[in-house]
Design a protein around this ligand. Structure first.
Ligand SMILES: NC(=O)C1=CN([C@@H]2O[C@H](COP(=O)(O)OP(=O)(O)OC[C@H]3O[C@@H](n4cnc5c(N)ncnc54)[C@H](OP(=O)(O)O)[C@@H]3O)[C@@H](O)[C@H]2O)C=CC1
Ligand SMILES: CC(C)(CO)C(=O)C(=O)O
Length: 338
């Protein structure tokens, strides 16, 4: 039975999953929002390379392409082996209007799989999709879009799949089928019976690394080497760990070591938040540190370090909005030097 995968958001992660699944013979469809990207993908296909892959030839595939807006609506009954929709847009795109447009676009038997970092998206999507058709996924795969038709696989990882929180979540068999499909495409995939723990562990990792790299404008590996910064990182993590404890979300005991190990493993990488700031794009701060702040507010708890970094990244976003197209770092005036 042939499964079908619709990828909504043909950016870094969407091209990685779409490219590998299509190369494994799965029927893949890319849903894009810009007609220009749609035309290029139709004409040129999708190319997926491996960072540092040496002589390894990039994959080249030709998935189907359609636009989110102005599409003909659901394509019914086309997937006897299951219809999966991998949602690979950023958190900033997941609004109630977007969730409603998705609901209109997708057939009633499709299962929506959310791959976003941060928190908040599941609640928005749950307003438009029944919980048995909503899965959460946390991935440590790394991908980087190069052009509208090309991406690089920058790091192999694991993808954990689980049910969205609440009564009447998706069946275990559905989660297992998706994991098997991803494994067929060469990904490491596992079903998790505590996906909230995975979500929060990634959230706390992002809440430490992303805003600090965006503010200090350094690659991930430099962060723990800067004077005073490890202390700040520990304070940020400590606030998140205490909040998780109050919410009853279990966490691995060695998260600090994991943060340092991610900094080392991705030492040369610019975090996604730094990339967004440098490009003058909105960041995912609202779903990462902002997500923690919303949860803290519900419990009437303060997270002072997270609050400060949240404010600074929002200020950087605002600055980027006014200077888009110009370098995001301040030029050094000749008179600044002693
Ligand atoms: N990249 C990575 O390695 C990882 C990313 N993640 C998470 O995955 C999510 C996606 O990240 P990433 O792939 O890096 O982001 P990108 O910005 O590379 O890709 C997002 C894509 O979504 C598209 N998009 C935005 N709005 C819509 C819309 N309304 N309809 C259709 N497409 C839309 C964008 O299109 P356009 O170009 O037109 O704006 C873009 O192609 C984020 O939450 C991120 O934190 C998680 C783990 C790893
Ligand atoms: C883990 C980390 C920090 C890797 O860069 C990441 O997920 C991101 O950049 O958003």
């Amino acid at each position: 039975m042939k499964a079908k995968v619709t990828i909504v958001g043909a950016g870094s992660l969407g091209m990685l999953f779409g490219g590998r699944l299509a190369a494994a013979g799965v029927a893949v469809e890319l849903v894009v929002r810009r007609p220009e990207q749609g035309r290029r993908l139709e004409a040129e296909g999708l190319t997926l390379g491996v960072a540092g892959g040496g002589a390894q030839a990039p994959l080249h595939v030709r998935p189907a392409v359609r636009l989110l807006e102005g599409s003909d609506g659901p394509d019914r009954g086309a997937a006897p082996g299951g219809h999966w929709v991998l949602l690979t847009v950023k958190q900033t795109a997941v609004t109630p209007g977007f969730a409603e447009a998705l609901r209109r676009l997708l057939p009633e038997d499709a299962v929506l799989v959310c791959l976003q970092n941060g928190i908040g998206h599941a609640e928005v999507l749950a307003e438009a999709f029944p919980l048995q058709r909503l899965l959460l996924a946390v991935t440590t795969e790394g991908a980087l879009k190069q052009t509208d038709t090309e991406a690089l696989h920058t790091g192999k990882g694991t993808t954990w799949i689980g049910a969205a929180a609440g009564e009447g979540g998706s069946a275990l068999s559905v989660q297992k089928n998706l994991a098997a499909l991803l494994e067929r495409a060469g990904f490491r995939a596992e079903v998790s019976n505590n996906i909230q723990q995975r979500v929060w562990q990634k959230l706390l990792m992002n809440a430490v690394i992303n805003p600090l790299t965006a503010i200090l404008q350094v690659p991930n590996g430099e962060l723990p080497l800067l004077p005073g910064v490890p202390q700040l990182m520990r304070e940020l993590l400590g606030e998140g760990e205490e909040l998780a404890r109050r919410l009853g979300i279990p966490l691995d005991p060695g998260l600090w070591e994991q943060v340092l190990s991610v900094c080392r493993a991705t030492a040369a990488n610019r975090s996604s938040m730094l990339q967004d700031v440098l490009a003058g794009r909105p960041t995912e701060i609202g779903a990462i540190n902002g997500g923690l702040l919303r949860e803290a507010q519900r419990l009437d708890v303060r997270l002072p370090v997270n609050e400060t970094l949240y404010t600074l990244v929002r200020a950087l976003e605002e600055k980027g909005r006014h200077t888009r197209g110009q370098p995001a770092t301040m030029p050094i005036e000749s008179g600044d030097e002693d």
